[in-house]
Design a binder for this molecule. Structure first.
Ligand code: SAH
Ligand code: SF4
Ligand code: F3S
Length: 462
């Protein structure tokens, strides 16, 4: 496919709808970047868009079903009156695009373009071909054609950047489809990552999040051994105000990384460390390669290195064959750790994964009841974690206005907890959003903190 002609995209509008994890969010920023570079204009809704791109997720069945529903219902949304096109162009990418390829053209008759996770860069060319009169196209690749990071980008927020350090996954947890739709793990060269971080710092970015399905194994494919601790220090040395990373597989979390939480000021005191389960029997069946004892040792080392660190996790309830006793182990683990946040998922069977072949007789109601029981301990843990913040003054990086109240600004504490604060009279929102300012915490709820913005000269009105 040749290079798409810029002129053809002039005057066209596009909307990217994203599902799933940060990898997709980051890929969507690249999709927007490529289309804008060709002259198309981003719009906030499907109604206004001549081109709609769905970046899809298939990690659980619910995500699949929701997408199919959304795409199907799009048929009824008329094209904007001023559109130069006679018909809206609909493209599906991301993980369902990668998994289903051409089949999607059969299932969804009004979809024009299907692309996958490995050929993001082809999207403009595919759209161009459709504009050129080619009927409908599906193109996916088995192997990645390069890091999407080399493509232009439009970042969702100017002060925060996702920085992928690896793509793909080699872990093959038995329930998980990600390695099949994202391919084998590939690391980006060390110097490229540092250079990108330096560019972000120079352009005023305040927070970088290093991304990978398992950042801890960064570098194994390039250098023969993981070099995550080194890249973490090197990115921290660029002087970025806040540095975070996700996700960490407990089997690969090293002492050097744990120590960095205590010794490097700009590494934020928050870690997402997915446990998935508390029963060693189930952890083994999940192919997670650690025990609950090892996991709890990591937690205790993290708390020694960085007292007050916020730990969050992912938990799956109802893995095939999970007994009440197994579930109790999960319940106890969650209670013992005291997470600031837990993402809880009911096991979802994914065709093609090894766990899909395990027989499962546990009734749905039993799993739902376990899930509900777990939620109560999750909420208690989050509530208790936040109480410790009450009365403290914490630095908050402000992101925007509260969805519920236009006079309240919202940001995050170093522990990654949402903080709301009323904008004091006479303060300019422009001076607050994108800045880090002290907030005295007056109230601690389960999922957020509320406080008072303290005097900060930079935030005063002009
Ligand atoms: N690489 C990351 C996250 C991958 S997907 C990690 O290893 O932590 C995000 C989360 O979705 C997983 O942590 C897991 O808890 C959940 N998940 C993945 N496959 C699932 C399935 N088949 N059913 C239910 N939850 C699943
Ligand atoms: Fe899926 Fe496991 Fe890889 Fe995470 S580490 S993406 S859960 S296979
Ligand atoms: Fe979903 Fe793909 Fe991410 S399946 S969780 S969008 S890697």
């Amino acid at each position: 496919m040749g290079n798409p002609s810029t002129s053809r995209f002039w005057g066209l509008t596009f909307h990217v709808q994203t599902f799933g994890c940060q990898m997709n969010k980051h890929d969507s920023e690249r999709v927007a970047g490529m289309l804008e570079a060709l002259g198309a204009q981003s719009v906030a809704t499907i109604e206004e868009a001549d081109i709609v791109v769905f970046m899809t997720c298939c990690v659980r069945e619910a995500a699949d079903v929701r997408l199919m529903g959304q795409v199907a219902s799009m048929k009824n949304i008329p094209l904007r009156g001023e559109s130069p096109l006679s018909k809206r162009i609909v493209a599906i990418g991301g993980c369902i695009g990668q998994r289903d390829g051409e089949k999607l053209l059969v299932q969804l008759p009004h979809v024009d373009v299907v692309f996958g996770t490995n050929n993001l860069a082809s999207l403009p060319g595919l759209i161009d071909a459709v504009l050129d009169g080619k009927e409908r196209i599906a193109e996916t690749l088995e192997e990645s054609d390069g890091f999407p990071t080399d493509l232009p980008t439009v970042r969702e927020q100017s002060w925060a950047a996702w920085l992928p350090i690896t793509i793909g996954c080699n872990n093959f947890c038995t329930y998980c489809i990600v390695p099949y739709v994202r391919g084998r793990e590939k690391s980006r060269p060390f110097d490229e990552i540092v250079a990108e971080a330096q560019r972000y710092v120079a352009s005023g970015v305040k927070e970088i999040t290093l991304l990978g399905q398992n950042v801890n194994s960064y570098g194994r494919d390039l250098y023969g051994e993981p070099r995550f601790a080194e890249i973490l220090h090197a990115v921290a040395d660029t002087g970025i105000e806040r540095l975070r990373f996700a996700t960490s597989h407990p089997k690969d979390l090293t002492d050097a990384v744990i120590e960095a939480f205590g010794t490097v000021d700009n590494i934020m005191p928050a870690l997402h460390l997915p446990a998935q389960h508390g029963s060693d029997r189930i952890l083994k069946a999940m192919h997670r390669s650690y025990t609950s004892k090892h996991y709890l040792e990591l937690v205790s080392k993290l708390r020694d290195a960085c007292p007050g660190i916020a730990l969050s996790t992912d938990i799956i309830v109802g893995f095939p064959g999970e007994t009440e006793e197994d579930f109790q182990c999960t319940y106890n683990l969650v209670k013992e750790v005291g997470y600031s946040q837990v993402f809880t998922f009911i096991y979802s069977k994914r065709e093609g994964t090894p766990a899909a072949k395990i027989e499962d007789n546990t009734p749905r109601e039993v799993i739902q009841e376990r899930f509900d029981r777990l939620r109560t301990v999750v909420e208690q843990g989050a509530y208790d974690f936040n109480q410790v913040q009450a009365g403290k003054t914490v630095p908050v990086l402000f992101e925007g206005f509260s969805k519920k109240d236009g006079n309240v600004v919202t940001g995050r504490s170093p522990e990654n907890i949402t903080v709301h604060a009323p904008l004091p009279g006479g303060w300019s929102a422009d001076g607050v959003i994108g800045s880090t300012l002290p907030v005295k915490i007056d109230e601690a709820r389960t999922w957020y903190l509320r406080g008072t913005l303290m005097a900060g000269e930079s935030a005063r009105g002009n």
